[in-house]
Design a protein around this ligand. Sequence first.
Ligand SMILES: Cc1cc2nc3c(=O)[nH]c(=O)nc-3n(C[C@H](O)[C@H](O)[C@H](O)COP(=O)(O)O)c2cc1C
Length: 206
Amino acid sequence: MELYEAIYKRQTTRDFKDKLVPDDVLERIINAGLQAPTHEHLRNWEFVILKDKEDKRKGLQFIKKGTEPQLEILKQILVDGTAQQKMYAVAMPRQYSMLMNASHVILPFFKSTSGVLNPSCVSSLNPIASIWCVIENIFLSATAEGLACSMRIPVGEEGKNVAEVVGAPENYLLPCYIGLGYPADDTPIVEQMQYTAEQKIHIGKW
Ligand SMILES: Cc1cc2nc3c(=O)[nH]c(=O)nc-3n(C[C@H](O)[C@H](O)[C@H](O)COP(=O)(O)O)c2cc1C
């Protein structure tokens, strides 16, 4: 698939077919992730893959507790009928199933520095910026393979708890869970906020 086609086709998918992604495809996707640009030339990234049901169950056990406080906050801030509210209405009930029912769950870990969780300036966040470049490469290469991804950001202690369960070293952080698989045929289409470059470009001065 051509790059622009993958960029335009990529969509967060939260319903998957019950079909396994072959190991060689998974490897190609992780290798694409590893081509991402990196702060300090380091590529300090590791990937824990959850494939067996029991491994997934262990790794995903903290999600339900994490979504409860999230739902309370969302109820207060979301405006009914907006595209954002409609997206959350699709997304929130699926936070667990969109990972549990994916062929594989990818846990992309990055090595943290002392400034990451206590930043003094934007560049303190470079390790996080770098892993998000990896994550986007994973999304695009999955799309190019005819696959799709779901993604959840762990909240509160969720990421730390997952890291502990899968045995990650203490200085490695989890920015998100990624579900990888074949998209279901009947997954709901989420209305998007769409913009064009013409609307967003400011030549010379904002
Ligand atoms: C930083 C970030 C955090 C996100 N967190 C979640 C999440 O916790 N759960 C979820 O279902 N989707 C999450 N998403 C996916 C967004 O909901 C999705 O990207 C957005 O609605 C646009 O839809 P699209 O990805 O299909 O273009 C997140 C996306 C980003 C970039």
